[in-house]
Structure formats: C-alpha cells, structure tokens
Design a protein around this ligand. Structure first.
Ligand code: ATP
Length: 298
C-alpha cells in the first residue's frame, strides 16, 4: 500500500511543492523517466504531471492527493457544467491551503478603454485560458460575451485583434503593464492547495495521510512562527507578553546578577514585524532576538 501525490512536473508550483514535501521529511528517488519519484523513507510516491491534468487524475483514482492552484481546481470543477452532459460540478476536497502560488484571475482591458462596470462588456470577445471560470463569472453578472480559449500568451490577444478583453492570471501585474492592459476586476483569488477526491481512502492510506497532514501543519505553522528572546523588567512581563503576536504562555527565566530584569522566551505564531519590536522596546524590553522556527509539533 502506497499513497500517491501528483504535483506539477515543471513550472511555478513544482519547486515549492517538492520543497514543502521535503520539509515534511519525505525523501525521494527519481525514476529514469523522471515522471515518478519513489518515496524512500515513507510509502508516499510522487507523480510529476502537467498542472491541468492533476484534478482529472485525482477524480480518476490514479493518485490519492494532488497539489494544484485553486484556479485549476475551480476551472476543472466547472467542466461538466459548460462542456459536459451533466449539470453537477466535479468536486475535490481541499485539505490544506499551502501558502504559495498566490495569484488572481482577473479581467483586464486596454489602458485607453475607460472601465465603468462589467455590463459595458455585453457582446464583447474575451480571450482566456480559463473559459469555464470566465463563462461562470459573466453568467453570474448576467452579461453575454463570446469567450475564446487560448492556451497561452492571452495578454497579446487584444493587441492582435483576436479579442477585445482578457481574463488571465496576474501576480505582480507586470505582464499586463508590459502589454498596455489595466486590471479591471478580480474574478478569483488563488493559491496552491492540497486536494483529495471526495471518496474515502482505505484505513491504511488514511492513517498515512493523517501522519502527513500532521507534519504539513507543523511545517506551515513553523513558517509563520518565530522564536523571540528578550530581556524585560520583571514587573512588565504581562505588558510585554501582550505585545508578542500570538503568544499565550512565555517562558520566564532569571538573569544572572539581575534582580529586576528577567529573560522572556516565546514562540510567536503570527508574523513578527518591525513595529512589534519597536513597541517591545518602548515597553522596556532589550536584547531582543527573533529566530526562525524550523519544525513544530503541537
Ligand atoms: P503546466 O505546463 O504544468 O500545465 P502552466 O503553464 O499551466 O503549467 P505555470 O505557469 O507553471 O502553469 O503556473 C502554475 C500555477 O501557478 C498556476 O495555475 C497558478 O495557480 C500559479 N500562478 C501563480 N502566479 C501566476 C502567474 N502570474 N501566472 C500564472 N500562474 C501563476
């Protein structure tokens, strides 16, 4: 019995997906054809696939888990509604949001066009690699448009006269800017997530998945967490603790040769910004150290 996880073979999500699984302690031997990675220390293997194929493989039972952007899952879930016989959406269960691959699927158009509302786009041509999500968006808005599907380079469609406007993935907006397009509306916010089909796993696989999720939660939590060490006046411990983001119970230790100051150690479970450190200093803290946390197990 082995658990199979599909991840993107090469692209924006592949390195981060592999890195995350490595941080969970999984080690792999890559096969010659390099589409399969054998789990050396746990019975968890990887299938390296094209992004868009991952939801299909999950529903087809070829793999048990998959890491893919929420944008891909949404597009695939609408496939039966816009291209199939059935009215029911495909559905996968999202187990965890993974905190990378952030982007948004946005409506954009030429800078010279003044955008007031979606209604003004009635009857226009929209180019996109996400036809189902785009159709769903305009249907919900009650606006009729002609959707043209392009596999890539969507942003050049208005310039080439293939379409009037586009719906495309944006992260920094620099590609839109380079093509003289403005972002008008966000249709969907997305980040990478771990999915599984809705059907239950057998008990052995479920136990393995629970173990993986526990490690994953530890890694995800550790990413946000910081270990803070500082010196504080004894009678300000509560005020200082209140300023540490996400801390309940700090460790308080005596300081050699000092009666009125103590050392405070605490794990902050939220991001620690410079503003927090400045407030701590104002409240009397000194010798403030902020260290990364590598792993956590609650
Ligand atoms: P594949 O060849 O595997 O089908 P792809 O060309 O569809 O890959 P990539 O460009 O590698 O995909 O992007 C993979 C995922 O990364 C996207 O589906 C999305 O979830 C996320 N992503 C984050 N930022 C962006 C961005 N600016 N443009 C495109 N995708 C982004």
């Amino acid at each position: 019995m082995r658990l199979k996880i599909a991840i993107q073979k090469s692209g924006r999500l592949s390195d981060k997906s592999l890195d995350l699984l490595n941080k969970c302690g999984l080690e792999y031997t890559r096969s010659k054809n390099s589409l399969f990675c054998y789990g050396r220390n746990l019975p968890i293997d990887l299938l390296l696939m094209r992004n868009d194929d991952i939801p299909k493989l999950l529903l087809g039972g070829v793999c048990d888990l998959g890491i893919v952007g929420e944008n891909i899952e949404t597009e695939y879930s609408l496939e039966p509604v816009y291209n199939g016989e059935e009215a029911e959406r495909h559905s996968l269960s999202k187990l965890r949001s993974l905190g990378f691959g952030q982007c948004r699927l946005s409506l954009a158009g030429p800078k010279e066009t003044e955008f007031r509302n979606v209604e003004q786009l009635e009857g226009s041509r929209i180019a996109t690699s996400y036809p189902n999500t785009t159709r769903e968006f305009f249907k919900r808005q009650g606006v009729g448009v002609k959707v043209t599907e392009l596999a890539g380079s969507v942003e050049i469609a208005p310039g080439l006269g293939i379409a009037d406007y586009i719906v495309d993935l944006v992260s920094t907006g620099s590609t839109l800017e380079a093509n003289k397009l403005d972002e008008w509306a966000v249709i969907l916010e997305s980040r990478a997530a771990l999915y599984q089909p809705n059907s239950p796993l057998n008990s052995e696989k479920q136990a393995l998945l629970d173990r993986l999720l526990q490690r994953l939660d530890g890694v995800l939590q550790a990413r946000e967490s910081k270990y803070v060490m500082l010196h504080a006046p004894k009678d300000h411990i509560q005020a200082i603790t209140d300023l540490l983001p996400g801390v309940d119970t700090p460790t308080v230790l005596p300081l050699q040769g000092s009666d009125d100051r103590v050392a405070v150690h605490a794990v902050c479970t939220e991001s620690v910004f410079w503003e927090h450190l400045e407030s701590l200093k104002e409240a009397g803290a000194s010798s403030i150290l902020v260290l990364p946390v590598e792993k956590m197990l609650a």
